[in-house]
Design a protein around this ligand. Structure first.
Ligand code: ATP
Length: 316
């Protein structure tokens, strides 16, 4: 019922802020630019799943496949189409449940593109020129109260908040809400071949990233070939002096059942441990975490009709 929905939204939002007693709306997106990698998993997907498992039922969870944003890198139609379905399979394989979360393609909600136009008229060009990228503000469509992202997206979210505030000042309207940023606890995951750059889907070298559907043999090989250093026989958590080794320790700490931070884990578990042994432990942790995801992904990918169907039946 539209009237009831609008009344509820008005109650939820007062003075451009979401009222403290209103329900939370958690919203985030990911671009279909290939099968997600470990950075996407630790920075976003694992957090989305955790929120799904821990938030009370009244919290709205909205996750979208940012296929409009992905158009900034032109690709053949079939490739984009396949990437969208691959990503949908990956989200479900990670454990997101369509009966709990709203999962959709950005392009199927025209309000994303409409808002983008409106914001492009009010966003300050001075602010924009200081940013390296600006593409995330259309999450404002969903009046999200909280946006979970990886550490690398902090700046995008600041931009989003700035857009909402600018809009309010320009039009005196509370229609857009500046959301809170929820940064994933894991640090930015770095490339395995160039550990001073972030792990990225757009890096031309496939060896630079672990995909969440990599087989045990592939994970083993990529970690074995990960760039480290010869500063010392034993490993130590030392940034910026040892970026490769520290990145591997970060990854190991991300799966620590005791939730220790990387420096503490290194002090307690890695004293005297050498690089090959560190790599063995990282491989073991990755295989244990990602094995189930890979199996579910392969199963889902073999059922395109089911995937197409789940796309049609997403609940609100
Ligand atoms: P990529 O460079 O891999 O294409 P991206 O930033 O363009 O990454 P998006 O699809 O825009 O990827 O982002 C999806 C989510 O993954 C975001 O929440 C982002 O913070 C997170 N993310 C991407 N790369 C990393 C990384 N190396 N470490 C941690 N989080 C990451």
């Amino acid at each position: 019922d539209l009237e009831e929905y609008l009344a509820q939204e008005r109650r939820r939002i007062a003075g451009g802020r979401v009222s403290a007693d209103g329900p939370k709306v958690i919203c985030s997106g990911i671009q279909p630019t290939g099968v997600p990698h470990l950075g996407n998993y630790l920075g976003a997907l694992r957090e989305w799943k955790r929120l799904q498992d821990t938030e009370p039922p009244e919290t709205k969870l909205i996750f979208f496949i940012a296929d409009l944003h992905a158009l900034t890198v032109p690709r053949p139609r079939e490739e984009l189409s396949e990437a969208r379905m691959q990503l949908l399979a990956a989200l479900l394989a990670v454990g997101l449940r369509p009966d709990r979360c709203t999962i959709f393609f950005q392009s199927s909600v025209p309000a994303h593109a409409e808002l983008q136009w409106i914001l492009s008229c009010t966003a300050s060009t001075g602010y924009l020129s200081r940013m390296t990228q600006w593409k995330a503000a259309d999450i404002l469509v969903h009046r999200a109260t909280h946006v979970p992202v990886g550490e690398d997206q902090r700046q995008h979210l600041e931009f989003t908040r700035e857009c909402a505030t600018n809009f309010r000042h320009t039009y005196g309207s509370d229609a857009l809400v500046a959301p809170e940023t929820l940064i994933a606890p894991s640090p930015r995951v770095m490339s395995l071949t160039n550990p001073t750059a972030k792990m990225s889907k757009s890096d031309p070298s496939p060896k630079s990233r672990i995909l969440i559907i990599d087989s045990e043999a592939t994970i083993q090989q990529k970690i074995r070939q990960a760039l480290t250093d010869s500063l010392s026989d034993s490993v130590s958590y030392d940034r910026p002096a040892r970026p490769g080794v520290s990145n591997l320790i970060d990854i190991l700490a991300a799966f620590d059942p005791r939730g220790r931070d990387p420096a503490q884990l290194a002090r307690e578990d890695l004293d005297g441990v050498k690089i090959p042994e560190l790599k063995r432990r990282v491989t073991e942790a990755l295989v244990a975490e990602l094995g189930g995801i890979r199996d579910r992904y392969l199963d889902l990918s073999a059922r395109p009709a089911y995937l197409a169907d789940s796309r049609r039946s997403v609940p609100r």
